[in-house]
Design a protein around this ligand. Sequence first.
Ligand code: GLA
Length: 385
Amino acid sequence: MFKISLFILLIGVMMTSCDKGGLPEPVQVGDVIQPEELALLKELYSEDFLIGVSLNSNFTQNEIEDKSLGLIKSQFNSVVAGNTMKPVNIQRTEGDFYFDEADHFMSIGEMYDMKIIGHTLVWHNQVPDWMFEDEHGNEVSREVLLQRMETHINTLVGRYKGRIHGWDVVNEAINGGAYRDTRWYSIIGENYLDSAFTYAHRADPDAELYYNDFGMQNENKRLAVVNMVKRLQAAGVPIHGIGMQAHYTLNVDVNEVEKSIIAFSELGVNVMITELDISVLPSPPASDIGVKEIGNDPAYDAQYNPYPDALPEEIETQQATKYRDLFNVFLMHREQISRVTFWGLNDLESWKNNHPIKGRTDYPLLFDRDNNPKKAFYELVSQKN
Ligand code: GLA
């Protein structure tokens, strides 16, 4: 009798676990989902492209909270540091290199066998002023700046030689349809890019080297980047990929994104989606940025911070649909796309809560503030089922 009941119980347990083979139910408010209960994006997309995530400084400085770590190691097979490897953190003053945080970041990526991306060597933001100035605050010469660039790149790329899969060598050199007027550009000239890529290649000949920029779906930028990369290729500069940052809103035109993927892949380089997030908040005109703080004016808040407590289901669905449409395009061009990286793990840590207006509540990523998967996550899972 006992044996028969045990047998029935076992059959019951087996049937219940078979039932779990399908898609999990979307989570409800207050549910706690453990990473091990989820389908794995990195496995679902393993034949298509890498699935990456950026780690913020909190992650790279401190112990990672268990659930975040569970998601990072189970869902993603590529990792990039959000800020840790930028010049302002690596070389705050000339010759004073600081690698503790970057070493820690590398150890996380290596522990979980992820493809590690270095970000970023030459950019007009998050680079200390000393790079461009002498001890009196006067602008340095072209030769001095090239020397400083070379030292920075040699030291940083050289330190992690053989351990970094690819570097974002130059970030955001194009503004609209022309070269952005940065100090790199004004002091060195447009071939500051040639030098940056050449130094990076010398420091680690096996690392892939990328140009990375935002708004790449816009026609002006698309054409300017194509021309710039053609020029670099004609000059024999080692460039292996183009990163489309992909900081999108619900209005992004997926057809324009696709046109850029096609135009860039026609150059014979890999295309990567490098900083993907989809903001659900209204984009303010420049005249409304920085004029008021969130929390002081109910009308301003209602206009620009409409979901301070929770993301309405209908908006979450719109976002999931946009993620689905984008991934449809990425999958169609999977031969050319080598990686899709999300800019952050969850909505709580996203930079979009503070950009372009500080103190808003945005919901741009696949995991919510409790690290629970959102509709967008399930949409990307179901696309591969
Ligand atoms: C750009 C940079 C990133 C990061 C984001 C904002 O896209 O490439 O490093 O600073 O802005 O978080």
